[in-house]
Design a protein. Structure first.
Lengths: 444, 438
């Protein structure tokens, strides 16, 4: 499936969307508490806030247009259309999550992270923002995005639940890992041509305080309705490509799981190797103590072993800090993607159900096709288009990410071996060198 | 016959330690031996060429499987004078025969640090290696170890000239009988005797005490090192082999990918290569372990020399004590005083004084045995001095050899590590290239 095709579909669904688009709903005003944020993204509306209906919002075609326009400005030179997702030149929204801080109050202890924004987008009043957000706030944002953009793939957040006692939630390592994952999440949202224009993101990035109550109430409603539709309806004509996507995700998540297990196992083996290696070095040192002629050579070996230990430590740390989290993210990403696929199926099921009912009625008493059926059809088509675009984008990102991840792994290993090699080579010069040379290497 | 010829010269050397010989003549013998010893390896080339499994009946008529080793001896071509006798080029020896040879050397040359044999059973092995005595890898490593032992003996200034050693290399039949004929077993010290000597020596030689202490330390540290090394090898093996799993999963994953597929697939192959490379690496490292093991077993040889010295020292002290005791008796008898309580003093008090005549006879006898004792002390002293000198010569030689060998072993180890690093860099660079193509 090429990008061109996905885009074509997106624009084909444009007309019906604009028909059902409403001007900015009142709900938006409620959700954007700060006067410092003006939400000007057209087409987004809160689903069923007023009447409780679960009419899911479709991604606005105008946003896609805007995206295209933005891209055309800078990326015309890019011949490869696949790269249009990731070109940094066209990016006008930069977000960073860093500087974790621990807050201790009588009620709870939690960590906040600094969320810094730099943007040239007109939707933002200021070119720069810096706010502090905690995990809950990210969670809120994600729910809001999922809620208001049900046809889109929302990047995953790091796991919410942490087994108490097993993982220290306030340990430097855990906070660092989570911070990186949150940063990744926000960057992915900010780089998304549709999601980045979501007013909730705007609020999240710029508002002093988040008013999250409405958001939570809404989610439960949507959740219920989703369950309602998912009644095991067998789709008549699910396009084969979505089936293929599902199958791909199943296999991919299986392989990722295996890779994750292998990596964990390597980490375990490495840490046990490190323990033994440290002791190994110590034995050489103690041997050096009882020798005269051999003292320096033995000390040299102990030094090399210790250098190798250091290199190995770096290697392992890199793996647990950078390698495993990416695998983790993609496992969750797959879940998000499966979720979207499910929702698409539901949307199609709804349409097919209504269509069937309408045809029956038409046959019985000649009732004309109701408008809702048409709307449903449009919805499914938009869903398909959005999903395909997101799929392509996700595939592209995945390829880039894994290329980077695996190349990085190779680099780190090469680096480790180079470090060890250098140490052993310097030992050989020391062992074969003249006493005068020995002295110079001793001072090193 | 060369056997008889070298046998007589051998006897001089052996007996030289137990019999009364001057230190000078002893030194001369050793010196000539140094020259003749270094000549042996110049005269002949020694190999343990191969190992073979055999099955036969042992002394208690039980079926057993054992390994024999083929010893090849070739006259070195550079030497103009041919061998006095045409020895068989090849002969087979069992490990137990090597053991007998070493025991013989150990008893015959108590002042020499006799090179150790390779281990009888595989020790300090990591899990992958079999501890089976008939395992081909083990047999091969033992073959190398036995050859090394023969070369060590053949290059030793004293041992290389031993007639029994020469026969070991050249006479397949009748060698065992020839060894037993030397009567070396009678000279072997009982364990109990040396144990008591260890605890009762009054004035131990500080140099030997230090040497004993050092060899204990070396023994501890090398065995510790070998133990940890085996564990390190185990773990390293694990790290590499687990990487091999990437090979399979990358290949499976590549099946569902389009652009990434090829890169993943070939990267998977490199991961397989990586996992497989550890076998050779660790097999090579086993050679380093064997070098360390040789010195671990050398520490026993060093301790054996120390023990022998203690024994000689103890005998000397005992003789001296005996002499002192007799001198005291003589004094008592002469002056008629009893300085310390003794049974003799008691009996003389109870049964009255001896007659003058009796005392004269006794005094003369005492005088006689004091003279003998003095002679004995002198002899033991010389013996001890000779031992110390001969032993110390060999200890110095050993120290030099040890420092050189171990330094070389460490350099080789470093080279092995570098080669492992290079292999690792190579494989990961190849894999990186594949990843980059994704």
């Amino acid at each position: 499936m090429s990008v061109g095709a996905a885009r074509g579909l997106a624009s084909s669904g444009q007309k019906p969307i604009t028909e059902i688009l409403h001007p900015l709903s009142a709900a938006e005003e409620l959700l954007s508490p700060g006067p410092d944020v003006t939400v000007s993204v057209g087409g987004n509306r809160e689903p069923g806030l007023t009447n409780g209906m679960t009419v899911e919002t479709l991604s606005p075609a105008s946003v896609s247009l805007l995206f295209n326009r933005l891209h055309l400005d800078d990326s015309l030179a890019e011949a490869d259309t696949k790269d249009t997702y990731a070109t940094t030149e066209t990016r006008d929204l930069f977000v960073t999550v860093d500087d974790p801080k621990k807050h201790v109050s009588t009620m709870e202890t939690y960590i906040t992270y600094r969320v810094s924004t730099k943007t040239t987008r007109l939707e933002f009043d200021l070119p720069e923002y810096s706010v502090r957000r905690r995990y809950q706030d990210f969670d809120w944002l994600r729910m809001k995005l999922e809620d208001s953009q049900p046809t889109h793939l929302i990047p995953p957040l790091p796991e919410k639940f942490v087994m108490k006692g097993v993982v220290d939630r306030f340990s430097e390592e855990f906070v660092e890992k989570r911070m990186k994952a949150l940063d990744k999440f926000l960057k992915r949202v900010a780089d998304h041509p549709v999601l980045s224009f979501n007013p909730h993101l705007n609020t999240f990035l710029s508002a002093k305080d988040l008013n999250k109550r409405q958001g939570l109430a809404l989610l439960t409603k949507v959740g219920e309705s989703v369950k309602h539709v998912a009644g095991g309806y067998k789709l008549r004509a699910r396009p084969a490509e979505f089936g293929t996507m599902g199958e791909y995700l199943d296999t991919f998540s299986q392989k990722l799981g295996t890779i994750d297990r292998i990596a964990q196992r390597i980490l375990k083996e490495q840490s046990e190797y490190l323990t033994e290696l440290r002791e190994y070095g110590t034995v050489y040192s103690s041997w050096a103590g009882s020798e005269q002629e051999l003292q320096r050579p033995l000390e040299g070996v102990a030094g090399c072993v210790s250098t190798c230990c250091g290199g190995l430590e770096d290697l392992s740390e890199n793996m647990s800090q950078d390698f495993l989290p990416v695998l983790r993210e993609y496992v969750l990403y797959i879940e998000s993607m499966k979720n979207v696929l499910r929702k698409r199926d539901q949307s199609q099921a709804e349409y097919e159900g209504r269509l069937e009912a309408a045809i029956l009625r038409k046959q019985e008493d000649g009732t004309p096709m109701p408008v809702e059926v048409e709307k449903c059809q449009d919805k499914v088509e938009c869903f398909n288009a959005d999903l395909k675009a997101d799929w392509e984008r996700w595939q592209h990102n995945k390829r880039q990410d894994f290329k980077q991840l695996l190349t990085g792994m190779a680099d780190k290993n090469i680096n480790y071996y180079e470090k060890c090699q250098a140490a052993w080579e310097s030992l050989i010069t020391l062992l074969q060198g003249k006493p005068t040379e020995d002295k110079t290497s001793e001072t090193n | 016959m060369i056997m008889a010829d070298s046998g007589s010269s051998e006897e001089v050397a052996v007996i030289g330690n137990t019999d009364l010989t001057s230190a000078e003549s002893e030194n001369n013998i050793i010196n000539t031996m140094v020259e003749r010893g270094t000549a042996l390896l110049r005269k002949m080339e020694i190999n343990v060429a191969e190992a073979e499994k055999r099955t036969g009946k042992n002394t208690v008529n039980m079926q057993e499987t054992y390994t024999v080793y083929l010893i090849e001896v070739r006259p070195a071509e550079t030497v103009p004078e041919g061998g006095t006798q045409a020895p068989p080029d090849t002969l087979w020896r069992r490990y137990s025969e090597f053991e007998l040879l070493r025991t013989y050397l150990l008893v015959t040359y108590p002042y020499i640090i006799v090179p150790p044999l390779p281990e009888k059973r595989a020790e300090f092995v990591w899990h992958k290696l079999s501890a089976d005595n008939l395992d081909p890898d083990f047999v091969e490593r033992r073959r190398v170890g036995l050859e090394n032992f023969l070369l060590r003996v053949a290059s030793h200034p004293v041992l290389s000239n031993d007639k029994i050693f020469f026969l070991f290399l050249t006479e397949e039949k009748g060698w065992r009988e020839a060894v037993l004929e030397t009567g070396f077993q009678d000279k072997a010290d009982s364990r109990l005797k040396s144990l008591s000597a260890m605890f009762r020596v009054k004035n131990p030689d500080k140099r030997f005490t230090a040497l004993k202490h050092y060899s204990d330390e070396l023994n501890t540290v090398i065995s510790q090192l070998l133990r940890v090394r085996a564990r390190v090898a185990d773990r390293l093996y694990g790290v590499y082999k687990v990487h091999g799993n990437y090979g399979r999963v990358f290949s499976e994953w590549s099946a569902i990918e389009k652009e990434m597929g090829d890169g993943l697939q070939s990267a998977g192959h490199h991961m397989d290569t990586y996992a497989a490379s550890i076998d050779d690496i660790l097999e090579e490292e086993e050679h380093y372990a064997d070098q360390l093991k040789e010195y671990l077993f050398y520490t026993d040889a060093v301790r054996s020399v120390c023990r022998k010295h203690e024994l000689i020292q103890y005998e000397l002290e005992m003789t001296a004590q005996e002499l002192a005791h007799k001198k005291q008796q003589k004094e008592e008898l002469a002056t008629g005083t009893v300085r310390i309580f003794s049974l003799k003093g008691m009996t003389s008090k109870l049964f009255g004084q001896e007659t003058q005549e009796q005392r004269e006879v006794k005094l003369a006898a005492l005088e006689q045995s004091i003279q003998e004792g003095e002679e004995m002390v002198k002899q033991k002293n010389t013996e001890c001095q000779e031992f110390v000198q001969a032993a110390w010569d060999d200890i110095e030689r050993f120290k030099e050899q040890k420092d050189k060998d171990l330094r070389e072993a460490l350099i080789n180890y470093a080279i092995m590590q570098i080669s492992m690093c290079k292999k690792g860099i190579q494989v990961w660079s190849n894999a990186k290239e594949c990843f980059n193509k994704m």
